[in-house]
Design a protein around this ligand. Structure first.
Ligand code: ATR
Length: 495
């Protein structure tokens, strides 16, 4: 189930928020602590009006909420709202004292047992535990303890490493007898657990309306982009590893592709600090294949049983697939880069190239061009790196300040550095370089779609290729490696 957490301060706006998200959600968590004080008197009508199973949650500040009330007052308010309405669940923190759950009734009447009243009304209690800083060591015993009481255990904890993520995925295996439980990994490392909530063994995943920061999941993207609620025991899991990784556009290529060919598979971003541990996770949850991005393209090499010639040459791998129990590494950056210009190389229009940069991306570019008999010159801010790559690939190198001397003789210019990338869109490493009209200018930067450099080249009448062309091509080749199918041409990709 996908559960929308309301973020509004009035019941009317919270209801509107639910309406906007209805196509994507199965249930709602009404956050009473976010509502204005005056709204609480009418909060009991909310479940009936929104017509979805609703959790009543009155979250304290220490657990990430807004309520500063004492537990006694808070529980009394929660009691009065929940028992008058049609809530399906109520969230009570696991450390709320028994005495605070004995609610004072009318004058002279005995104290009411909140938990007993809830049970009588058939409202399920979610017993929640929050750790905003870490994954605690006693995680499994915490879950077991709450489940024994007959309540639904909820743990919302903060993984800080991929080891913590492995711990969360182990819950499903270790505690599979506890059918109803809620597990949430908060923060950037937790994103994969919230998408693959079913694989963690959680009965639901919480989502908000908007993705305010990278890594936050909206109900819409959980439902439409990831189809997280469709994951079952036969779903093949794919992903991308990197650090950072949550800004990546790759899920927008692979997930719609899988959907279009009716392949029961999901593609998830994994923030990874240690590649070694990720391979353990990959075994634990049987990941079928994954993309690799900065800074792990070289780090994965020791774990691969088989690599292609390009990976060997470039010394970097961006695609890993599981083949007959072995991890195989390929490099689709190499072919992705070539795809938009290969025809012009084969036609003899591109015979010489100037490559700006000598980092990881430049390595794939230089090797691809050299293997296609293009004469390459490398220019880089740090000359020694250009020199090294040139000697390895039998290319030429030149100082960045001297590239003007190649203006008339270069058929292709490839910009491989991050200069010009959003938010520094005004930067242009080739500011003083005059393009020949017939030349090709290729910028690997894909945000913005057209960099200052490309716009300038276009104005001169050059042929331009942008980074999204390469991103799409390398992604489509990965898709083939993952699924065995060509990328469905009818899918419109919105990066
Ligand atoms: P990638 O794998 O994306 O290529 P990388 O291996 O870190 O990333 O390489 C970054 C490239 O961009 C390098 O060539 C780097 O130049 P240096 O070798 O001198 O570091 C280049 N680069 C990054 N920022 C730059 C800047 N502000 N000006 C010029 N070159 C820059």
């Amino acid at each position: 189930m996908i559960c929308l957490t309301t973020t509004e301060t009035t019941l009317t706006s919270a209801l509107k928020q639910v309406e906007r998200n209805k196509p994507y959600i199965d249930m709602v968590e009404l956050r009473l602590d976010l509502l204005e004080e005056g709204e609480l008197v009418s909060a009991q009508i909310f479940p009936r009006l929104c017509a979805l199973p609703t959790i009543a949650t009155f979250r304290r500040v220490c657990d990430g909420g807004k309520s500063l009330l004492s537990d006694k007052v808070r529980m009394t308010k929660l009691h009065d709202i929940v028992l008058q309405g049609d809530f399906s669940y109520v969230d009570i923190e696991e450390d709320v004292k028994k005495s605070d759950l004995k609610i004072k009734g009318e004058e002279d009447s005995p104290r009411l047992d909140f938990e007993a009243e809830l049970k009588l009304k058939g409202i399920k209690i979610i017993r929640s535990f929050h750790d905003m800083e870490k994954v605690p060591a006693n995680l499994f015993s915490l879950i077991t303890k709450q489940a024994k009481k007959g309540d639904i255990p909820k743990i919302a904890v903060t993984p800080n490493t991929i080891v913590d993520v492995v711990t969360l995925f182990r819950i499903n295996e270790e505690l599979k007898d506890i059918k109803e439980k809620i597990i949430i990994g908060m923060g950037d490392y937790g994103v994969c657990t919230r998408i693959l909530y079913k694989r963690v063994g959680s009965m639901l995943s919480f989502a908000s309306e908007d993705e305010i920061a990278p890594g936050q999941l909206s109900a819409k993207s959980l439902k439409l982009l990831y189809r997280a609620d469709q994951v079952n025991s036969r779903t093949n899991v794919y992903g991308i590893i990197g650090n950072p990784v949550l800004h990546t556009s790759s899920p927008k290529i692979h997930n719609p592709g899988f959907d279009a060919i009716h392949y029961n598979a999901i593609y998830v971003p994994f923030l990874v600090d240690k590649v070694r541990t990720f391979f353990k996770l990959a075994e634990l949850i049987k990941i079928h294949g994954f993309s690799v991005t900065v800074p792990h393209k070289r780090d994965v090499l020791p774990y691969l049983g088989k690599i292609t010639r390009e990976v060997q040459q470039i010394g970097a791998c961006n695609t890993v697939t599981r083949i007959q129990g072995m991890w195989k590494g390929t490099n689709t950056d190499y072919y992705g880069f070539l795809a938009p210009i290969e025809k012009f190389i084969n036609d003899g229009e591109i015979k010489s190239a100037l490559i700006i940069g000598a980092g990881g991306a430049a390595r794939a570019v230089v090797w691809a061009l050299k293997n296609h008999h293009v004469k390459v010159t490398i220019a880089n801010r740090t000359l020694s790196k250009a020199k090294l790559l040139a000697s390895e690939t039998m290319s030429n190198y030149i100082e960045l300040e001297n590239i003007k001397s190649l203006e008339a003789t270069t058929d292709l210019i490839v910009q491989t550095t991050i200069v010009g990338m959003s938010p520094n869109e005004d930067a242009d490493l080739l500011e003083n370089f005059e393009f020949a009209k017939s030349c090709y200018v290729y910028d690997l930067v894909y945000k913005p779609e057209y960099t200052k450099l490309l716009k300038r080249a276009q104005e001169k009448g050059c042929n331009i290729v942008n980074g999204s062309a390469m991103l799409l091509e390398q992604g489509k080749l990965q898709f083939e490696a993952f699924s065995g199918y060509h990328y469905p041409h009818w899918v419109k990709i919105n990066l």
